[in-house]
Write a protein that binds this ligand. Sequence first.
Ligand code: ADQ
Length: 499
Amino acid sequence: MPDLLQYLTDCKFILVSNREPYEHVKGARGIEVRQPAGGLVSALDPTMRRIQGTWVAWGSGSADKETSDDSGRLQVPPGEDAYTLRRVWLEDSEVEAYYHGFANRSLWPLCHMLIHYFEYRTEFWDRYRAVNLRFAHAVADEAERCAGRSMAWIQDYHFALVPEFLRAIRPTTFIHQFWHIPFPPPDILRLLPIGSHEVLLRGLLGNDLVEFQIERHVLNFLDCVAEFVPQAEVDLGDQTIRFQDRVIQVAAFPISIDFDKYQEMAQSTDSERLVQTLRTRYAHGSRQLGVCVDRVDYTKGIPERLRALDLAWTEHPELRGRFTFIFVCTPSRSNLPAYTQLEQEVGQTVIAMNQRFGTADWTPIVLISENVDADLLAAVYRAADICMVSSLQDGMNLVAKEFVAAQVDERGVLLLSRFTGAAEEIEGAVLINPFNVDGFVSAIRTALDMPTEERRRRMRRMRRRLQNNTIFDWLDGILARCADVMSAQTPPANVRVAG
Ligand code: ADQ
């Protein structure tokens, strides 16, 4: 892990995210603490321990109030007391309208350009603004508790308005934000009711630095600001925006994974045993094993993938029995109708396809509809000959990177949607357009027939790239850029620039 403290001398670091890193829940044996699964928490938690910052997040656990003080604060990890978690309380109706509503039913489909899923209610927007203001006050309160300058790092699309609110309350705080999902072009953003797209963009312009996954999202954001914020001057060359006597920087920082950790998990003794079992069961003789791992989400292209497999087995009967696919598809956002419908569709389609194509000794698709621990996932990735990522749009897609890190035997081929951030960053995958079913089928054939030497060559190339671009490099890159921007600002910030 790089020494991130070098960028933060005397500067209090405040991280803001919707999900909290530790959640207290009432269990059968009293209060239990849970750490939500997910790459971001597992990468940022060690960083926060080291930096001893403050993490501001929604207190979502049933026992969260009992385990925090009157301001919602507590020391975490439990027993280690390395940093402060500041919980923000939300009513159920606020969670419904701000989180399930505006964030997940309005912004999520809009940013992924899947506009037939886009829904808007005035109530969603009103609550989103109110909750963003409450978070801004919580962050300002944390910033006020320290003598020196503070830096707030806001995560994602749940908080587009926090930067502007926070700047109004506490102008000396350095504010930056990472937007994990795509950013749409103006023609899509304008589907928000008149006025609210400008308010959303002005919210983001409260940042000193706005970070996206890839260059294309940066350009879309700059285009939207140029079109909808009349007072803003956009410089496409420098990727800066002059607004209200400030300069806002916009840049791409592709997120990544803890490569070494994935590789180690894939090489453990337990993992080797599981790889053996999986290959004996599903990849004996010339039969190959495929894998895909996603949350069940309409952005991930799961029906499109099933359609391609269906077509492959229908039009090319010689492909039946040549490979088995493990689908690890965990239900998510199950309280939204679009997601429950998709879960049912996926389950029913898999059953129908297995009945149609399966034989006594061959199950075409093995569906696993639950959360799988990362070390087990690493073994499944390692065992596979093919990994399919077929997102219709995806900010980055970490599954593609996890597969590459776990491929220590270099036998696997990555079939990767060209609409993922990952496809624009790594070379060596077989690119697919999930909307083009015939092209998808021929990519599956290409992967199945790819000679061992070419598989190795492609996989090595991707592994080299990711080994040198881990989540820690991502963090280091962002904080180094912040230190640069801060030191160029007047009055000079009390931050020492590395080197
Ligand atoms: P997601 O849309 O959640 O993330 P992704 O980047 O693929 O998509 O990350 C999913 C994570 O969840 C991976 O670490 C994966 O291993 C894990 N996961 C998925 N299904 C699982 C299962 N069944 N069991 C256990 N783990 C599972 C958003 C954006 C992405 C962006 C990330 C990070 O939509 O584009 O890459 O944030 O910025």
